[in-house]
Design a protein around this ligand. Structure first.
Ligand SMILES: [Zn+2]
Length: 318
């Protein structure tokens, strides 16, 4: 399985969409596409929720006519199967009015990641990332003038003609790592997690840092464990609010653990058997399948012991 296949198994990362970048500045085309009866319109509220069907299993796709009274400019997302897709971020009152009129409900991205089909979940993640960036990128950081959105929502531009500085959506890379040593895998528990909940270690990439150096630094900082080798596993858009998770598998020099400055309450080496029995008796809880952490642990369990994490989790007490 190559990294592309592994990535498409991650939630929000299986979005088969032509982003049609060249259309972002084509106002005439955008005008017609937005009113195309086949267009898909995602409606977001300021909290980053999407309007979903009453049962929460899919986005509530509204016709363009339903949006005539909403002044918010549309963000063009792309084209799939000949169908153009747009996102609209409305204020709470307008979003609630549309929800009532169409029997919809506001749904968060985590729920959508578990309940929507892969395309819709990926599209929502993409729309949410842009919506957040648009909401927090309002003034020029060079001169303070208000910004105007351009390129169908994908660029902001300083309104001061003497400055005219452009701004682009920001993504913050973070590494998330399964560290292994012989027959064990390193997992940690954050201070605010309940006893028994463990996951792989993660942290943001710093300025001027390679991904591999970020892996070594984060594991050393959080658990005092020395990483001697690492390989890229897969990636996942994680717009909570603006991250990109970069999954790695790493090998440790030994099993000595020295906890860092409070990021973790606990770090432990788990054998495959300890994970299996911990899940079975409820003493261990792992991150949900929504996360790269789950995929990293799944991959390690399969490689090291031939165990299927889905099957172990399915047998775990609720
Ligand atoms: Zn400016």
């Amino acid at each position: 399985m190559d990294a592309g296949v592994r990535t498409r198994r991650n939630a929000y990362a299986a979005l088969a969409l032509d982003r049609a970048v060249a259309r972002r500045d084509d106002d005439r085309w955008l005008h017609d596409a937005e009113r195309d009866p086949g267009a898909g319109h995602l409606i977001l509220d300021p909290a980053g929720c999407v309007l979903a069907t009453a049962d929460g299993s899919a986005p509530c796709w509204l016709p363009a006519a339903a949006l005539d009274a909403t002044p918010a400019p549309a963000t063009f997302l792309g084209i799939a199967a000949g169908r153009p897709y747009f996102a609209h971020t409305l204020d709470h009152a307008a979003a609630q009015a549309l929800a009532s009129a169409h029997g919809a409900q506001a749904q968060g991205l985590r729920d959508a990641g578990m309940r929507f089909d892969a395309f819709s979940a990926g599209l929502f993640a993409y729309a949410r990332a842009l919506s957040h960036w648009q909401a927090v990128t309002r003034h020029c950081s060079a001169c303070g003038a208000p910004l105007t959105l351009r390129a169908a929502g994908h660029r902001a531009e300083c309104g001061n003609p003497a400055c005219a500085r452009p701004y682009f959506p920001r993504t913050d890379p973070a590494v998330i790592v399964s560290v292994e040593h012989a027959d064990a895998c390193l997992l940690g528990r954050k201070p605010d997690w309940p006893a028994g909940r463990f996951s792989t270690l993660a942290g943001f990439v710093e300025a001027g840092e390679s991904l591999e150096d970020a892996v070594r630094r984060e594991i050393a900082e959080e658990a005092g464990v020395e990483v001697i080798a690492c390989d890229y596993h897969s990636s996942q858009p994680w717009p909570f609010p603006a991250s990109l998770m970069l999954g790695f598998s790493a090998r440790a020099a030994d099993r000595r653990i020295t906890l860092g400055d409070g990021e973790l309450a606990e770090a432990r080496w788990f054998t495959a058997n300890q994970i299996s029995t911990g899940l079975a008796d409820g003493s261990l809880v792992l991150s949900p399948p929504l996360s790269v952490a789950y995929r990293l642990i799944e991959d390690w369990l399969q490689r090291s012991a031939g165990l299927a994490l889905d099957a172990l989790v399915a047998r775990a007490p609720r």
